[in-house]
Structures are given as structure tokens and as C-alpha cells.
Design a binder for this molecule. Structure first.
Ligand code: WT7
Length: 659
């Protein structure tokens, strides 16, 4: 039965559930897996006991005796009477355990320079940087803004803050002076750490000018610490600006880490959402590190002695925080860090890096995978990718087509794919297959991890049965959950805890299949209402991309007099397909009709060269809706490339093609 306002209609659900391919975990991996099916049982029997046990992966200065304090929901405290130093856990303890010579970071610069940093060297660098921050007046409880390229100093800066108990606020290196200023102001940052520039698409790209401009507009920044990466000219403010290499160069490599409360703030990370003032998501220490370390160990099956792990995200996003800096380093992993873009100097750069370092675990995003599909199978085929054993995906729903391409062309049909659902707010992975346990299904994140409670509810907060669709909610607190929105407890309550009583509302649509496995359907704001039927943009996009001529698709609902909303699709065609081919558009519409049913046939399909994306790779459907509804464009400042929108607008046919 279809009710208006249900997030996803049953008809459209039935369609995605047609995906019947299944992949068993590789026998060898399963036999030696870090985590077996027993973990689900154990966590189910005693959820808090399970997390208390995971907290023992960390080295505590004072062991916690309390696990969860949920006496004042939604404000959680985890391991509240424990004390630890996060940087000590990520660095020193590995050196003390005799692993100082293990490489922590294989850095690969975009121009081809490289640098290996062992755990012993990382400890020295973090210690020096911690002393330097103290010399600059940073104290426990202060905030430090970080605006750096993807270089080891980004990780060192974060750990140095953690080491002295200052919260970092990393601002993605592609953001403007406006965005930096707003974030400095909101968090009241005392010091900014930046660089002269970084390498981007074969050229040095300046960073410091944006910081100079931002700092001139806000009060309170006392020092700007500048890493020298490109050696390009920089403007210099005497008394305020300090070279990183000069100040850290004269510090001691001995630094005694202080133990802080488990609930001591670790970082603030701003998440934009599609509208309104960015939200400063606050994460704290003990619970956050417990869950990032556990999930990195469990979901990637990380073997720190032998694996070479590579997460391609930027440290400016939560993925970089949790799965470059904190999780992997807490686990003593060896990882690759790459500065640049995937097509510099050639479209095989990622695969060349996998081959060069013998990467065994690769964690990337569906948007990147679809780009690689568009570039062609022949590119990865030129490289030796046989070292890979686990592949991860994060950031948005991965359509079955891209999942299968990833498995075949990157994973040689042998690597399990872990599709990990989580958010800036959740701090760590929440829903994902386990590589040695789960029989995977292309396109599904499948099941809440051990110790995590997630389900799907309808409009009235009733749990939907298997086979039903609705809203994804988290029903129990988890260790790495956000603690609040910085400076705005009420917004924290309103945004996440008010829609469904006592449950965390993630903002995502989801469905359960007949096995109870979860399929994510994108943000609920992206669900369309067509002639009284709710249709998820994700499903229509997925159907389009399953057509051999389509590389990528973005679907929006545009206001329509007859149907309420009409489906408008923007598609990027694969290499050989012709955008002027009238038959192709008809063919695509029929293809969607055949896959999802006639109701889901897009009213208009527009072939475009590029799609508007945020810098984290998410399609900005809001802008596409503006185009589809012939409105003036909204804010384009978070786009990677704002010329994309002009291109799309000029291609827009005057009259929509009718049936
Ligand atoms: C939103 C969170 C998680 C780190 C990067 C993004 C979407 C994320 C998946 C996935 C389907 C996903 C959701 C979520 N999302 N991972 N595996 N399958 N959707 O962090 O910027 O805070 O975005 O990304 O819509 O709510 P973020």
C-alpha cells in the first residue's frame, strides 16, 4: 500500500531488490579474519561489554570503569572516568612496542616526490610540533584551525593538537577564505596552521592567501604557522606568521604526553549540509578512538605487520580524520598518503600508486569509481593490482554497476567490497559488511556492525518489516557519536533527535530487503514525489548507469503541474556514446521504464559533460533542481568547478521532451 509521504514506494523498492548477485567471502581471508560472525553474537548478548572490550585496544593512563553514561540523552559520555592521550595511542605506543622502524606513512607527492615516515620519525615530528604549538601559546582546551594540503604535516598537526589537548578544526584545502573565516570565528581558533601551497593538477596551488584574507576578517587569531611545501612566494605578516620548519626545527623530540579525560574534545569538523550555517560537529577522545580503531581493524581486516592500506580521501573530510589519521595510526598500520588528483599526470595514477607500494587495502568513493569507469577498463588493466585484498567504498550509495566494475576491474573478482555507511556525525563506520563474514550484495551496506543498532522506520516511527522502506535511524548510542554541535546544543537536539523520539535520525532514506539487509537510498531531501509515488533519486540514477552508454547520472525532481514532481536526469555518457543521438535519449527512458517501471521514466534526460559536485564528491542536486525549474542558481561557492553550471544551463533544451 502506497501512502503519500512514505519515503519510498513499495513498487520502487521491489525493483532495487531485484539485485540477486551474491559474493561469498574469500575462503582464505575468512579463515584468518580478524573478526568472525561471533562478534555479532557477543555484541548482541552484551553491547556495552562488547564496547568496553574494544576500548581495551587502546592504552589508557587510567582505565575506564564506566562504559556509557546516557543519563542525559542525547548527550552521551563514553568511558567517562578513563584518561588517555590520543597521540600517544597513535604513535608512541607503537615505538615502545618495538615497531619504531615500521613505516607509518608512505607519502606520494603529486609531482612524484615521495617520503617515508616511520613510527619513530612520526613520534619525533609530532613531539616537536606539540612543543611548537605550546610555544605559540596554544593550551589545553584551545582550538587550532588547520588548512593544509594532503601532506604528512596535516596528520602531524592533528596529532600535535591532540597531544596537548587542543581541539583541531580542519578546513578542507579547497575551501575559500569565506569558509575559513566562518569556521575560525565559530570555533574561536587561536592559531591557524597552513602551507604556502600544495600541488594540484601539475601546478603549485597557493593556500596562504586564503588564510591571510580570512584572518584579516576575524578577531582572535594570534599566530599563523606555515608549512613550506611548494616554496612559492608568500606574503608575510611579521609577528604573526611563523615558518613551521623554523619553529619545529628547534624543538626537542622528547615530549611527555599528558593524559586527558575520555570526553575531552578531540576535534570539531564542520559539515555543510545543503542549506544554512555549517554545523561544527564535536568529537571527543576515548569513544571516538575506540570505534575508529575497532572498525578499521574489523572492516578492513587490517594486519598491521603486512598490510599496506590506502584511503584516498582528503584529511579535510571525516573520512580522512577517522581512516587516515586516527583509526589506522591507533592500529599501527602502514599507509599511503597521496597529495594530488587521480589524473595527474595521467589517468592511471592511482593504479600506479597501488602497484608501487603494493597496496593491499583500498578505500575510496563511488564518485571516483564512476570516474574510473568513464576513463575505461584499459587504464587499470595496465598495472599490477594483484596485491589488493580488500576494497572499501564510502560517501554515497554505490550503484550495483559501479560495485561490479570495482570488483572486476580493480579487485580481479577476488577482493571483497565493504560498502561502509557512516557520517561526519557518526565519527566512524556504522553499517558495513565484514570481509571475512558477509556474503556481499552489490549496492548494499547490509548490516549494522557489531555493537551498533540501526533500523528503518516509517513516518510514524514504526520499524518497517523486511522488504519495506523508510528512514534510517540509529537506536542506541555508539562510542564515536557526535557529542553536540559546537556552541549549539539545541540545534543538535533539533537536527538529529527530534524527528523520531529517542532515536538518531540520520537524514537518509533506506530499505530493508527480505533478509533484513539495509540498502541506502540517499538523503531524504533527494526523494521525489511523482504522481503520488515516492521514488528515490538513487534508484533512477542506478538504473541509468546500468545502461551501457551511461557513465554517470544525477536525477532530480522538478516541480511539475501534472505530476507534482517530474523526474529530470542529467547524464554523462561513456566515451563512445553520442550526445546528439536522439534515439539514445528515448532508449535511456525506456531502459529506466523497463528496470523500475513506467512511473520512474524520466520526463527529461539531458546529456552533460560534467556534473556539479561538492569538493567531497557529492552531487549538488539542489543546483540541478534550480536548472530543471528554470530558476536562478543558488549558492555555488562549494562547487569544485562553478563553470560546470554554465555549461549545463547552455545545454538545456528550451522545451522538455514529452511522452
Ligand atoms: C552522508 C554522510 C562517511 C564519510 C563520508 C561522508 C552518505 C556515506 C554511504 C554509503 C550510502 C552513504 C549518506 C550519509 N553516505 N556513506 N556507504 N552508502 N550513503 O560523510 O559528508 O558526513 O556524509 O553520506 O547520505 O548521510 P558526510
Amino acid at each position: 500500500m502506497q501512502r503519500k509521504g512514505d519515503v519510498v514506494s513499495n513498487e520502487s523498492l521491489a525493483n532495487l531488490l531485484k539485485e540477486e548477485r551474491r559474493f561469498a567471502p574469500p575462503v582464505e581471508l575468512a579463515a584468518a579474519a580478524n573478526v568472525t560472525a561471533e562478534a555479532y553474537e557477543q555484541a548482541k548478548a552484551d553491547r556495552l561489554g562488547f564496547w568496553a572490550e574494544q576500548a581495551r585496544r587502546l592504552t589508557w593512563a587510567t582505565e575506564p570503569t564506566e562504559t556509557l553514561d546516557w543519563s542525559n540523552p542525547p548527550f552521551a559520555k563514553w568511558f567517562a572516568d578513563g584518561k588517555l592521550n590520543v597521540a600517544y595511542n597513535c604513535v608512541d605506543r607503537h615505538v615502545e612496542a618495538g615497531n619504531g622502524e615500521r613505516v607509518a606513512i608512505h607519502f606520494e607527492g603529486e609531482p612524484g616526490d615521495s617520503r617515508a615516515l616511520t613510527y619513530a620519525e612520526l613520534k619525533d615530528e609530532v613531539s616537536r610540533a606539540a612543543h611548537a604549538l605550546t610555544e605559540l601559546g596554544v593550551e589545553k582546551g584551545d582550538r587550532v584551525a588547520v588548512y593544509l594540503p594532503m601532506i604528512p604535516e596535516a596528520v602531524i598537526a592533528m596529532l600535535a593538537c591532540a597531544r596537548i589537548g587542543a581541539a583541531h578544526s580542519v578546513v578542507f584545502g579547497g575551501f575559500s577564505a569565506d569558509a575559513i573565516a566562518a569556521r575560525i570565528k565559530d570555533a574561536d581558533a587561536k592559531v591557524v596552521i597552513t602551507a604556502d601551497g600544495g600541488y594540484r593538477r601539475g601546478k603549485p596551488s597557493a593556500l596562504k592567501p586564503a588564510v591571510d584574507e580570512a584572518v584579516s576578517r576575524v578577531e582572535g587569531v594570534q599566530k599563523v604557522l606555515v608549512v613550506q611545501r611548494t616554496k612559492q612566494d608568500v606574503a608575510w605578516t611579521e609577528g604573526r606568521d611563523v615558518w613551521w620548519h623554523e619553529i619545529t626545527g628547534r624543538q626537542s623530540t622528547e615530549h611527555t604526553p599528558e593524559a586527558f579525560d575520555a570526553e575531552h574534545p578531540l576535534f570539531i569538523l564542520y559539515t555543510s549540509g545543503t542549506t544554512g550555517k555549517p554545523k561544527g560537529i564535536l568529537h571527543t577522545s576515548g569513544g571516538y578512538l575506540t570505534q575508529t580503531a575497532y572498525t578499521h581493524h574489523a572492516v578492513f581486516d587490517l594486519k598491521p605487520e603486512t598490510d599496506v592500506y590506502w584511503c584516498t580521501a582528503d584529511v579535510g573530510w571525516v573520512t580522512g580524520h577517522s581512516y587516515i589519521t586516527y583509526g589506522p595510526l591507533a592500529n599501527g598500520a602502514t599507509q599511503v598518503m597521496y597529495e594530488g588528483t587521480p589524473d595527474t599526470p595521467h589517468q592511471g595514477r592511482f593504479w600506479e600508486i597501488v602497484q608501487k607500494y603494493g597496496v593491499t587495502i583500498l578505500y575510496t568513493a563511488p564518485t571516483a569509481i564512476r570516474t574510473f569507469m568513464k576513463w575505461g577498463d584499459d587504464i587499470p588493466a595496465k598495472f599490477d593490482l594483484s596485491s589488493l585484498r580488500v576494497l572499501g567504498s564510502v560517501g554515497e550509495p554505490i550503484n550495483p554497476e559501479a560495485w561490479m566494475w570495482y570488483r572486476k576491474n580493480i579487485g580481479a573478482d577476488k577482493c571483497p567490497i565493504v560498502d561502509t555507511w557512516w557520517q561526519t556525525e557518526t565519527g566512524a563506520m556504522m553499517i558495513s559488511p565484514l570481509p571475512g563474514v558477509t556474503e556481499t550484495k552489490p549496492g548494499s551496506a547490509q548490516r549494522a556492525l557489531p555493537g551498533i543498532a540501526a533500523t528503518v522506520v516509517d513516518d510514524e516511527a514504526n520499524e518497517v518489516p523486511d522488504g519495506g522502506g523508510g528512514y534510517l535511524v540509529l537506536t542506541e548510542p555508539w562510542p564515536s557519536m557526535l557529542r553536540t554541535i559546537w556552541g549549539d546544543d539545541q540545534r543538535f537536539i533539533d537536527t538529529y533527535w527530534s524527528r523520531f523520539q529517542d532515536r538518531y535520525f540520520a537524514g537518509d532514506g533506506a530499505k530493508k530487503d527480505e533478509d533484513g539487509d539495509i540498502w541506502l537510498l540517499g538523503r531524504v531531501d533527494d526523494v521525489m514525489l511523482v504522481s503520488g509515488h515516492n521514488i528515490s533519486t538513487t534508484e533512477v540514477e542506478s538504473a541509468l548507469v546500468s545502461h551501457p552508454s551511461v557513465a554517470e547520472a544525477a536525477v532530480v525532481g522538478a516541480a511539475d503541474e501534472t505530476t507534482g514532481q517530474a523526474i529530470v536526469a542529467f547524464v554523462i555518457l561513456r566515451g563512445t556514446a553520442n550526445a546528439e543521438d536522439e534515439g539514445l535519449v528515448a532508449d535511456l527512458r525506456n531502459h529506466v521504464g523497463a528496470t523500475l517501471g513506467p512511473i520512474a521514466k524520466p520526463k527529461r534526460i539531458l546529456p552533460v559533460a560534467e556534473l556539479p559536485k561538492t569538493r567531497s564528491g557529492k552531487i549538488m542536486r539542489r543546483l540541478l533542481r534550480d536548472v530543471a525549474e528554470n530558476r536562478e542558481l543558488g549558492d555555488v561557492t562549494t562547487l569544485t568547478d562553478s563553470s560546470v553550471m554554465e555549461l549545463i544551463q547552455t545545454r538545456l533544451p528550451a522545451a522538455p521532451s514529452e511522452d
